[in-house]
Every structure is written in structure tokens, then in C-alpha cells.
Design a protein around this ligand. Structure first.
Ligand SMILES: Cc1cc2nc3c(=O)[nH]c(=O)nc-3n(C[C@H](O)[C@H](O)[C@H](O)COP(=O)(O)O)c2cc1C
Length: 261
């Protein structure tokens, strides 16, 4: 790509970082147009369900907030120790846990993280390699029910995941690889052309909660922004092609997690 085209593309992308106000009066979001609200989360597609605890008393090792802030860093080397199911339950709860479902006709989830308009336009998937009592494979978090569902085993999971995530083998080999997809319409239904920016802002809160909650239980995390879209979507069985379908879903962020010696 030559430098001039590159500059133009960069400028185009920068526009997404701004609040949308150009010709705003012409834009009517789907909610204002009276269209039906999309579901609060993706319906279950798994074959096996794993209930998760909300009792985290025995899981937390460090409850000193200042200390958590001071020790937080990106950690890419993990011990061989398994993560327990209860520890994993805590990390899922801390990142996307649903505390309340509010509203009657127009519902919203109130979670452990903030999200513009409580839209929470994400799904959480896990590549599991080393969690006590769970077979390696791909799992999906059912946030409203606080359950995991097993989706499938992946041949040569460590290698395929590493390849899709920029040859970052520490992610492919990590005891758990968190992957967050965006379901943009959940936010676009209300916020139209501001929704994409909001979704990216929202994603930051999710991963920061993962970092801090990992520190609290003797684990370490490292955010992953580098990946190949088609390969990463393909591993989850998603289609990377741009489309305006309401269920359109694609990877936007990930993080490696493991125990620290
Ligand atoms: C949006 C985002 C994307 C990142 N992507 C990667 C990545 O793909 N691979 C990696 O090793 N670290 C990644 N990191 C971690 C950063 O390199 C790390 O946060 C930074 O070097 C500062 O170090 P600290 O987190 O230990 O303070 C990412 C961090 C963020 C916030």
C-alpha cells in the first residue's frame, strides 16, 4: 500500500474515534425507528453445560486494591498448575457477570463492567488447555445464567490458536485463552453510528477487570490485540465477511490467562 493511500485509510479510521455529529439529524437509530430489540446475549449453542459458582470466598487470595493496582502487569509466562473451575468462574463473573436484568419490554443487563447504555455487545469464548475438570476445547460463557457451555474440541488447538493470534505461542499454550467477540447490532440498535466506538471503549473495561481479578487470585493475564481476523473468527465458527445482519459477530479482543508461580 503506498503512503498516500495509507494516510487516507488512517484518516478514515480516525473518524471512528470521534463522536458522530455530521448530519446527525438524518440518522434514525433502529430503536428510535421502533425496531425490535436484539437479544441480550447469544442463545446457547453448546452440547454440555457446566454450572459455575458465585461463591468466591475461597478463591480470592489478595483483596488489597492498592496492591492489585501496583502488581498488575502483562504476564506472559505461566506455571504448569491448573486453574480451578471456581477460579475460572470468578474471572468470567468479573469480566461479564450479570448482576441484574432490568426493564420490561426493553431489557438490559447490569454487569460487573460498565457499558454504554448497558448494551454489553460482547460474547466470551474460552480456549481451555489446563482447567481442573474441563476437557481442552472451545467453550462459551452464558452470562445471564452464569454457566459455561462446551462447544467443540479443536484439532491441534495450541498450534491453530497460536497461528490465528499472530504466532503468539504464549496465547495458544496458555491454560485459558479468553476471546471476546463483538455483536455490534446490540449497541447499534440504540446508538447507530456511535455504537462502534462505544463497543471498543466497553471492551477495555472488560479486559481491565480480567487483569485485576487475575492478580487477586494468583493468576496473570496479557491482553491480545494482534490476531488475524479471518483465522480467529474461523476458529469460533464465525464468518468474517462484513454484513449488516443483526447476529453479525466477530473477534475484537483476547487475553491469555494462567497461574503465576
Ligand atoms: C489493546 C491492547 C492490545 C495488546 N495486544 C497485545 C498482544 O497482542 N500481545 C502482547 O504480547 N501484548 C499485548 N498487549 C499488552 C501490552 O503490550 C502491555 O499492556 C504494555 O506493554 C504495557 O505493559 P503492562 O501491561 O505490563 O503495563 C496489549 C495491550 C492492550 C491494552
Amino acid at each position: 500500500m503506498n503512503r498516500e493511500i495509507n494516510k487516507l485509510k488512517i484518516m478514515e479510521r480516525r473518524e471512528m474515534m470521534k463522536a458522530y455529529d455530521e448530519g446527525e439529524e438524518d440518522i434514525i437509530g433502529d430503536q428510535s425507528a421502533g425496531l425490535e430489540q436484539p437479544p441480550l446475549e447469544k442463545p446457547s449453542i453448546g452440547t454440555e453445560f457446566i454450572p459455575l459458582t458465585k461463591d468466591f470466598e475461597n478463591v480470592i487470595k489478595n483483596n488489597d486494591f492498592l496492591n492489585l493496582l501496583n502488581t498488575r502487569s502483562s504476564k506472559r509466562k505461566y506455571s504448569n498448575k491448573s486453574i480451578t473451575k471456581d477460579e475460572l468462574a470468578f474471572l468470567l463473573w468479573a469480566t461479564q457477570g450479570v448482576k441484574n436484568v432490568i426493564g420490561n419490554q426493553r431489557k438490559a443487563t447490569i454487569r460487573t463492567v460498565p457499558s454504554a447504555g448497558a448494551r454489553h455487545p460482547f460474547e466470551t469464548y474460552l480456549f481451555i488447555n489446563n482447567v481442573e475438570g474441563l476437557e481442552p476445547g472451545l467453550y462459551h460463557y452464558l452470562a445471564i445464567d452464569h454457566k459455561l457451555e462446551f462447544l467443540k474440541t479443536i484439532d491441534h488447538q495450541k498450534e491453530q490458536v497460536s497461528e490465528a493470534y499472530g504466532e503468539q505461542t504464549f496465547f495458544g499454550n496458555a491454560p485459558v485463552g479468553f476471546v471476546w467477540t463483538a455483536v455490534p447490532y446490540r449497541s447499534e440498535w440504540r446508538y447507530s453510528l456511535d455504537a462502534q466506538k462505544y463497543a471498543l471503549l466497553d471492551a477495555g473495561h472488560v479486559c481491565q477487570n480480567l487483569y485485576l481479578s487475575c492478580e487477586a487470585i494468583g493468576c496473570g493475564a496479557c491482553a491480545i490485540g494482534a490476531y488475524e481476523q479471518k483465522l480467529a473468527d474461523g476458529l469460533l465458527g464465525l464468518d468474517s465477511k462484513p454484513n449488516y445482519e443483526k447476529e453479525n459477530e466477530f473477534v475484537i479482543y483476547a487475553a491469555a490467562v494462567g497461574k503465576i508461580d
